[in-house]
Design a protein around this ligand. Structure first.
Ligand code: NAD
Length: 481
């Protein structure tokens, strides 16, 4: 297969950039795509196109914007198999996962936001005393900068694009330099769906260059970012002089709290998924499991038995559950955490087994799902985001103790609670520092519900209501009667 040449998409046209970056197939370690290494000049052109398109797009009736978004959803759905194949090849995830989760969710994001704004109610109030009538309108903000990560490339990009567009903003988006190919394919769909030129502009490239140019551009008043907590600090600093609106969806170190009265037949398969789906490269994956004393050993034994059955391999291989990690550097980082745990005296219950890879995949970035026990809460493996297929299991005795320990990290993105006692379930859910708590389940999402992180896991929420509020400015108009 020849190397794919990705191009920027600016003002409705595909255009070349001067420099390029290698994009690797993580299952072989070979370059499979060349992507633009966009410069400040590329970003300048994209922002200009988005600014010029803003007047027309923001004046387009929301019903018309909705029709175009629905058309994007329909065409993406028709091309689901093709785009899923690209997403898996680029990111490493199993094809079944891209086909059943990533791309269907991207389709749903466009469909959901296309119609949600049609049902948004503006507020009005009558002020009898001063004989005046107040009402509010929501205005689009302007050119929105959208910056997204590599773990769920199209899923997360579309979760920003759809609300930004339906609200009437125009966009300059930069996907991760490691997974840019599906977004480039999506640009073809924008053209087929009749999206006016300049409404969405895609500039590919690195964070410190293209990303930072977007964040610092004075004509981009609003930035929605999903990525790492450390990167977010740089964004906050870069955006501060401009007083930009910022939405930051960041990392997690999500606890799973499993009580003695848990139905393990339900908990174990779900917790295996919540720990290792997408190679553990989902911000919502559980990475610290607190198991109550009476069931600790049973849980560990049954959990490890299931984990050892997981098939690791390239995205199309038979029965595959986990693909390779995203990059050589990330694999080394994740393995470094396992080595650290070993040096600290922890026990590695599984993860070292042979991968049985074919010659073609010998240089891929694979590792087996790894389970660690006998580890202290203070270990970096228990406090830092690893973002890979590594889970630590520790035991606890009381509710108050586990709440305190689960809340002892700087993150607060999500948590799971497993119990058949409703009082325990609510008590613990109320106390956990987490933007989302899943009780007796994981990753069940309703886009009407706010999504986001507490503490260093982020600022702001995304949902039907929250995203539309973020991508608009609400204005009060007071009329003297
Ligand atoms: P990252 O922070 O390295 O990169 C994210 C994006 O920001 C990329 O497009 C990157 O090019 C860009 N970027 C990097 N430096 C930049 C800069 N200085 N200015 C502007 N843009 C810059 O994150 P990643 O490694 O791509 O993704 C993994 C992280 O994302 C993990 O921490 C994970 O938890 C987090 N994440 C969070 C959520 C959520 O919804 N909370 C979802 C998925 C991933």
């Amino acid at each position: 297969m020849s190397t794919i040449q990705v191009q920027n998409f600016i003002n409705g046209e595909f255009c070349d950039s001067e420099r390029h970056l290698d994009s690797f197939d993580p299952s072989t370690g070979e370059v499979w795509a060349k992507i633009p290494d966009s410069s400040a000049n590329d970003v300048e052109q994209a922002v200009k196109a988005a600014k010029d398109a803003f007047v027309g797009w923001s004046d387009t009736p929301v019903q018309e914007r909705s029709k175009i978004l629905l058309k994007i959803a329909d065409i993406l759905e028709q091309r689901l198999d093709e785009v899923a194949e690209i997403e898996s090849k680029d990111q490493g995830k199993p094809l079944w996962l891209a086909k059943t989760v990533d791309i269907p969710r991207a389709v749903y994001n466009f469909r959901f936001f296309a119609t949600s704004a049609l049902h948004d109610l503006n507020r009005s109030s009558q002020m009898q005393a001063v004989d005046a009538f107040n009402y509010t309108i929501k205005m689009p903000v302007g050119v929105a900068g959208l910056i997204s990560p590599w773990n769920l490339p199209l899923y997360l990009l579309s979760f920003k694009l759809a609300p930004a567009l339906i609200a009437g903003n125009t966009v300059v988006a930069k996907p991760s330099e490691m997974t840019s190919v599906s977004a480039w394919k999506l640009a073809e769909i924008f053209v087929s769906a009749g999206l006016p030129a300049g409404v969405i502009n895609l500039v590919f490239g690195t964070g410190p260059t293209a990303g930072e140019c977007i964040v610092k551009h004075p004509d981009v008043p609003i930035v929605s970012f999903t990525g790492g907590t450390v990167t977010a600090t740089k964004l906050r600093i870069a955006a501060a002089p401009f007083s930009k609106k910022l939405s930051l969806e960041l990392g997690g170190k999500n606890p799973g709290v499993i009580f003695n009265d848990t139905d393990l037949d339900k908990c174990i398969p779900t917790t295996v998924r919540s720990s290792f789906m997408n190679q553990g490269e989902i911000c919502l994956c559980t990475s610290r499991l607190y198991v109550q004393r009476d069931i600790y050993q049973t849980f560990v034994d049954r959990f490890v038995t299931e984990v050892k059955k997981l098939v690791v391999g390239p995205y199309r291989s038979e029965g595959v559950f986990m693909g390779p990690l995203i990059s050589k550097e990330h694999l080394a980082k994740v393995k470094g955490y396992v080595e650290l745990a070993r040096k600290e005296g922890a026990t590695i219950l599984c993860g070292d087994e042979d991968l049985n890879l074919s010659d073609a995949n010998k240089n891929g970035y694979f590792m087996r799902p790894t389970v660690i026990v006998d580890i202290k809460d203070t270990s970096r493996c228990m406090t830092e985001e690893i973002f890979g297929p590594v889970v630590c299991i520790v035991l606890f005795d009381t509710i108050d103790e586990v709440i305190q320990r689960a809340n002892s990290v700087k993150y607060g993105l999500s948590a799971t609670v497993w119990t058949s006692n409703v009082t325990t379930l609510h008590k613990v859910s109320h106390k956990l520092h987490a933007g989302t708590v899943w009780a007796n389940c994981w990753l069940v999402r309703d886009l009407n519900m706010p999504f986001g992180g507490m503490k260093e896991s982020g600022t702001g929420r995304e949902s039907a209501k929250d995203s539309l509020e973020f991508f608009t400015e609400e204005k009060t108009i007071c009329v003297k009667l």
